[in-house]
Design a binder for this molecule. Structure first.
Ligand code: ADP
Ligand code: ZN
Length: 605
């Protein structure tokens, strides 16, 4: 009842709109209607009719002559320079007037061409800004800002109360972020030694794995304000606004330091800047501003930037270089244990029966992300309500997996048993060959949880210290052998070959080709550059710089090089067939195998 003063404004708008419509009608529409009834004739007809005394009344204005005949029909003709007209009309006994509506016209013209557009634009502007404000004032505890300011939401003092305990699984990510929390609690400890925290931390992983949650949890654990903004918000709406939004966001953040700034979907602004003309200037300016802001920080001012992306490979190298987002925290799809934990965390929010086997649900929901698991729990609760039950049962959960997964099946690969077996062998094949070749890096972890990137399994290798920049010929050869080993294992153990090796084949070919054309590692060709890298820091694109004859020879050499390594991998796998089976079985059952577990089985007698 107290909102009585609110309709005032809209009412005035309505009046304005009605006024405009009326004016438009009077000046444009109604003359047009009248005009339709007027007969257009030539000046000769007008003269003849005057002579024949058929005319009753004449009105002459600036441009035309309007006249009415004795029957009341209105005619119109263009005005001519006819000084004799007045006399003739007088002789014909016609009543005639000169319409002096010049001033009238100017006023109307002015209104239509000048005032009206102004009015319309100001009304539109008011409307748009009102919409904008509505959009910004989203959350209850979010502050509001005007146009041109960033609409980062501030959650002061972790009002959402998310803690690490709410994020199930993701232990590695949490461990990594714990250091940030510690720093925010006690920056003096770090300052004393002279250590500085990384300014930016990139949370990398598929959608729905809890990246936003983790960022909020860091703020929650450290009890500091949390600014969150999505990368696409920077570049939406108005041109030229992105950069100023970034500036504003950082200004606010510095005022509230220590604090966490979270930029979701950073790839929306941080995509690689390629040399193409007519690129997205707006995005580049925004990105440049972000880089400038990050460089402008002193080391210990307590603003920590977390950013999330599921396309890390598309990020501009300028963004990921040291001093900017130099720390990368992988947030992977949860494995079996992780899934079970996530299910349990979300099940706490609903009423469940006592005898629920979460392990079984987790096993059934292979490949599901945290968000999907949360969805499964919710679907189950909805199902229970639909059936008028007061508790969620095991069968509710099992049913809802199907609902959720069938819905997501296109997006997320859920492996059949046979596929899972093949993928297990494939990945163990890679790891086994890598481990058996002394110079190859040992594996750190293998998972057969499908990735959104399309890979069904994944082997994380540990790079040895100091080996990041230089690679010996032998190492490259071993790497090629390791790449072919996935296919070899499929062939030997499952007697089938699958499309799963396509990425391996591509990489192996690239390496083999580079050995010959760029690294001078082939005896037949020597130290001749047959390919030039055109875009060293960005795409690593290459162009061929040799005759077609040579190209043919290169192709042959690439084929034989890969064949050689393939045979080597085959030999290693055949010799270690029992270990291959043992390891693949372990991976098949557990879905994850760590480096230690792997080595333990491998070295076991
Ligand atoms: P992302 O930012 O990675 O896309 P979010 O952090 O927005 O994912 O997660 C979406 C939702 O999924 C969360 O609100 C939460 O309910 C659920 N979720 C995802 N991962 C987890 C997890 N590890 N533990 C608990 N809940 C999770
Ligand atoms: Zn592979």
């Amino acid at each position: 009842m107290k909102k009585i003063d609110k309709p005032k404004k809209p009412l005035m708008y309505y009046y304005m709109i009605i006024l405009i419509v009326l004016v438009l009608f009077n000046t444009i529409v109604s003359p047009m209607i009248i005009r339709n009834k007027i007969k257009q004739v030539d000046y000769g007809t007008f003269m003849t009719m005057t002579e024949e005394l058929k005319i009753d009344k004449v009105e002459i204005d600036n441009h035309e002559v309007l006249f009415t005949d004795k029957d009341g029909t209105v005619y119109c003709t263009g005005k001519m320079d006819d000084p004799d007209l007045v006399n003739r009309l007088h002789d014909a006994n016609v009543s005639f007037t000169q319409e002096i509506n010049q001033e009238n016209n100017t006023f109307l013209d002015m209104f239509i061409w000048f005032v009206l557009p102004l009015l319309i634009f100001s009304l539109l502007g008011q409307y748009a800004s009102k919409k904008l404000m509505d959009k910004m004032g989203g959350g209850k505890n979010a502050m509001q800002f005007g146009i041109g300011k960033s609409n980062a939401k501030i959650y002061v003092k972790s009002s959402e109360g998310i803690k690490f305990a709410d994020v199930a699984g993701e232990d590695e990510a949490k461990e990594n972020l714990q250091e940030i929390v510690d720093y925010l609690h006690n920056p003096a400890k770090y300052k004393e030694i002279g250590a500085s925290m990384p300014k930016g931390i990139l949370l990398v992983g598929p959608p729905g794995t809890g990246k936003t949650m983790l960022a909020k949890a860091v703020a929650g654990e450290s009890n500091v304000p949390f600014f969150s903004m999505s990368g696409s918000e920077f570049v939406e709406m108005f041109v030229g606004m992105g950069a100023s939004k970034v500036r504003d966001l950082f200004k606010q953040a510095k005022e509230k330091a220590p604090c966490i700034v979270f930029i979701d979907e950073i790839d929306a602004i941080g995509k690689k800047r390629e040399g193409n003309i007519g690129g997205n200037d707006e995005r580049e300016q925004t990105l440049n501003q972000l880089l400038t802001e990050m460089d402008g920080f002193e080391n210990n001012n307590g603003v920590i930037i977390l950013a999330a992306t599921n396309r890390p490979e598309s990020l501009d190298p300028a963004l990921t270089r040291p001093g900017r987002f130099d720390r990368r925290v992988p947030v992977e799809l949860p494995d079996l244990i992780g899934r079970e934990e996530i299910l349990k965390v979300h099940a706490k929010k609903i009423k469940t029966a006592d005898n629920i086997d979460y392990g079984k649900i987790a096993r059934m929901a292979s490949g599901a992300s945290g968000a999907e698991l949360a969805n499964i729990i919710n679907e189950a609760a909805l199902r229970a309500v639909r059936d008028n039950r007061s508790q969620v049962t095991q069968s509710d959960l099992e049913e809802s997996i199907e609902v959720v997964i069938a819905g997501y099946q296109k997006k997320n690969a859920i492996l059949t048993d046979k596929e899972k077996m093949i993928v297990s062998y494939h990945e163990i094949g890679h790891a086994l060959v890598a481990a058996m070749q002394t110079n190859s890096a040992p594996v750190q972890k293998i998972t057969i949880v499908p990735r959104t990137s399309g890979a069904l399994g994944y082997t994380m290798q540990v790079e040895e210290e100091g080996n990041h920049y230089l690679m010996s010929k032998e190492e490259i050869e071993n790497k090629i052998a390791t790449l072919t080993a996935g296919r070899v294992a499929e062939e030997i153990a499952c007697h089938t070959i699958t499309t799963g090796a396509s990425n391996d084949i591509e990489q192996a070919t690239k390496l083999a080709r580079a050995m010959i054309t760029r690294y001078g590692m082939h005896d037949d060709f020597g130290m001749i550059a047959m390919e030039n890298v055109t875009n060293q820091y960005l795409g690593q694109d290459t162009t061929l710089a040799c005759s077609s004859d040579t190209q043919t020879k290169i192709d042959e050499a690439v084929i034989s090089l890969i064949k050689q390594q393939y045979d080597k991998a085959k030999k290693i796998i055949v010799e270690n067939r029992d270990k291959l089976d043992e390891l693949a079985k372990f991976l098949y059952e557990k879905e994850t195998i760590t480096g230690e577990q792997f080595m333990e089985i491998l070295l076991r007698q």
